[in-house]
Design a protein. Structure first.
Lengths: 373, 373
């Protein structure tokens, strides 16, 4: 008989080791780390890696200058510090040697969308017989269903974001550049209490709005008739808002109005159809059908949305082909968009939490077509 | 005879392929991408990978929704788009198949500190005979020596940061929490024109200042006699400031004053000793000796500094054992620190650019011991 640590914080990880038939998982600072230890570290050029084996004591490789902070975690295992001048490989070797109950040729799951190649290389050198597999989805599943406290954190991040957006709209004038408007938005986000940015905001007008991940231009001045798209979010205590609204500057053509209303109908469909028990595929399919059955079917580019929480893009991916079942407490974005290249893009994005019989929409900003500037 | 693309933007990469004896390099959005193409993309759950082979046309794997933005790069090679519903692996396979002049068992260099494990796994599946090596330092060497334009960008990011710090200090009062002060700083950074944050700022007082990478506490109120450490930076057009100043709240003890002056002497030594032709080791050694020869030798934790530019932590690492020669135009931080656990930490960080006969200090904020609050 063999035992692993009794720290209950790690229980979800031990379940995953069982289900996924893994001998260990290794992870790095980030959302999963924060969810497990309610503390986090910077992901930087100094590797900090935690290894949780199925049997025996966990091990952590920690840069010396993080040791004092790491100590506060009360990490249930052995900690191997390393100094800048000495490099990290010896600490990886010592950590590997401490995993005495690891089987030969162990199968080790990694957060493959988070961990970087050099961390895996250091692990591989220390555990030459190990086989590394992508366990990102499995490990991240510990964050799929949000607690009420997490929902409150998300609501707070969203409230900051929406207040910042309204304050920004009040300051918009024809002739401002995209970059100027982005600066106003950033200023308002932090004036309203953001801790950080969920991601670099997208502020895109006119033809630039037709690029889903456009960069704000310093030399493009918004003009009457332009679409003006904001995709942005505050982060607050690690939790991220992600909201998109598209406005029109000065006036809107009938064609663009119909374009907008089509996206809005798809957004409404996504919010209406969602509920626990459905698959992510079903939700995206319903949304895409609204777009496909419109006169603008040719301008679809992307899926309905993605999970949201400590990560900005996490599971569940709301897309055709993903037959994952939605559960009460999952949070994701509903963000259909249409993009006429060189002309106009519209995206309307809400953040929703799934309930037994539908959703609760966390975003509250109006979706009515609005003229600004 | 075989040819590669004649796009001169890729010349530095072809030199690296030659020097490092690599058959190809693969890289992802980030600082190197931005330096090569003067444009960038988000690094997200949708892989975007560029492969530059020594011979033949480059290949890029690009999510469909980024294709319009990617087109603007005028990428000199084949582009393989992929849709959310279909997944990315087919695009990796097609890209690999397009590399017809790649040798058997090619050696492929990766940005191992930037690329994530799942991107390497997709490459490995598409190129099963390839051997992947860490070429992070070699690839990033294209950013080692900064142009005058880059220095100007850094100066702008630093000017924003220093103005924000001064504005923050004006608002500090005894009894505020670390978290409140952090919020003021964030607000001032964006009010002064930051595009983004170089990293999550560190605002740490009292015992928390003794943790080099502390997190601001919502429940700790600054009090007379506390050290108050700020480590932060604006980013502007992709370029990052990184500055640390430590103040004292209300008053300072003689012991803490001596502690502060020791760090300041080490900082001054780092700025004085630096010049082109010296090694990074020599600079760190000179700085560490000031600390080691003081009464506070036991409280050293980290090296002198790191390179700074499009990345916050890049080469050259200013540390003992790194015998890399400093060249005019390299930019790095000089940030010695001392940390008395549970009591007090002091770090003083400047950003400098190396010149033939010394350095130009880009940060201008006073280092004189200052009482705030």
């Amino acid at each position: 008989m063999a035992f692993h640590t009794s720290d209950t914080r790690l229980d979800p990880i031990y379940s995953i080791l069982e289900t996924e038939q893994l001998d260990a998982v290794a992870f790095v600072p980030g959302p999963n780390f924060q969810r497990l230890f309610t503390a986090n570290f910077h992901l930087m050029e100094r590797p900090l890696v935690v290894i949780i084996p199925k049997l025996g004591e966990p091990a952590a490789i920690v840069p010396d200058l993080e040791l004092a902070s790491f100590e506060k975690l009360a990490f249930p295992g052995n900690v191997f510090g390393w100094k800048d001048e000495e490099g990290y490989q010896d600490a990886f070797q010592a950590a590997a040697a401490s995993l005495t109950q690891l089987s030969n040729a162990p199968q080790i799951g990694l957060e493959a969308q988070r961990m970087r190649v050099f961390e895996q290389m250091a692990l591989q050198m220390a555990l030459p017989d190990a086989r590394f597999v992508d366990a990102h989805a499995a490990i991240s599943s510990i964050r799929l269903v949000k607690s009420q406290d997490e929902i409150e954190h998300l609501k707070h991040a969203i409230a900051i974001s929406e207040a910042a957006l309204e304050a920004t709209l009040q300051q918009i004038e024809i002739g401002q550049t995209e970059k100027q408007i982005e600066a106003i938005l950033l200023n308002e986000l932090f004036a309203h209490g953001a801790d950080g940015l969920a991601f670099d905001p997208i502020v895109a007008a006119g033809d630039n709005s037709a690029e889903p991940h456009a960069t704000a231009r310093p030399d493009y001045k918004i003009k009457s008739g332009d679409a003006l798209l904001f995709d942005f979010g505050a982060s607050w205590q690690g939790y991220n808002a992600d909201i998109t609204r598209t406005f029109f500057v000065g006036e809107v053509s009938e064609h663009d109005r119909a374009f907008y209303e089509t996206v809005l109908a798809a957004n409404e469909r996504g919010r209406k159809v969602s509920k626990a028990g459905l698959s992510a595929h079903t939700v995206d399919d319903a949304v895409q059908l609204v777009l496909e059955n419109s006169q603008f079917a040719a301008f679809r580019v992307h899926k309905t949305g993605h999970g949201l929480g400590l990560d900005v893009h996490e599971a569940p991916q709301i897309m055709r082909g993903n037959h994952q079942e939605l559960e009460a407490g999952m949070v994701y974005t509903v963000e259909p968009g249409l993009y006429r290249p060189g002309e106009c893009g519209v995206r309307i994005e809400d953040d929703v939490v799934v309930t037994e019989d539908g959703i609760q929409c966390l975003t509250t900003f109006s979706r009515e077509l609005r003229i600004v500037g």
